[in-house]
Design a protein. Structure first.
Length: 188
């Protein structure tokens, strides 16, 4: 058993007969009344995100997890297939277990959280950023980049990302996976 002082991003806990991963948390000490921890929890089975507030010192049941590196192989429409990079075993996961499946290209190495009690995969953590090629976007017009204007662009995985006007088809861009936002253009 853990308490609210042990809460951190990525911690998996058992809550309301399900396993949740803590996405965000904030310790709050108001001037009047007891302290509490405001959290944003994501269900690892359904992908549903809920907000919950724990009072300070509240006992929570943490779930012991292991992390393993897996390589994304392919998506067959229903399941996403991964291969363990150490022992070459394969697993398949539903899209609900993935945070940003639309930004994952074949061959991408990700971290998979596995429950140590039953050896079932809980969730997939993407790298902080990915580099993808723009496959479709409207052509940029020279001189229109003085403002912070953006346009939609489709990348090689099929995801749509808002990019600055100077980005053209064939450019490689770095995308922050947590928010799905454009970071920078990659020069080769």
């Amino acid at each position: 058993m853990a308490s609210t002082s042990d809460i951190r991003n990525g911690l998996c806990i058992r809550f309301n007969h399900d396993i949740y991963k803590i996405v965000e948390f904030l310790h709050v000490k108001p001037g009047k009344g007891p302290a509490f921890v405001r959290t944003k929890l994501k269900s690892v089975t359904t992908g549903k995100v809920i907000d919950n507030t724990f009072s300070a010192g509240h006992k929570i049941e943490d779930v012991r997890v292991e992390t393993h590196k897996f390589q994304f192989l392919y998506n067959d429409g229903e399941f996403y297939h991964f291969m363990n990079t150490e022992d070459y075993t394969q697993i398949r996961l539903l899209e609900a277990a993935l945070d940003r499946a639309d930004l994952m290209k074949e061959g991408e190495v990700v971290t998979v959280l596995i429950n140590t009690e039953d050896n079932l995969p809980l969730s997939v953590e993407m790298p902080a950023s990915v580099i993808l090629e723009v496959t479709q976007t409207e052509p940029g017009v020279k001189g229109n980049t003085a403002t912070n204007a953006t346009k939609p662009a489709t990348v090689e995985t099929g995801a749509e990302v808002m990019v600055p006007l100077f980005i053209n088809e064939g450019d490689k861009i770095k995308i922050e996976t947590e928010k799905g936002t454009y970071k920078e253009r990659i020069k080769e």
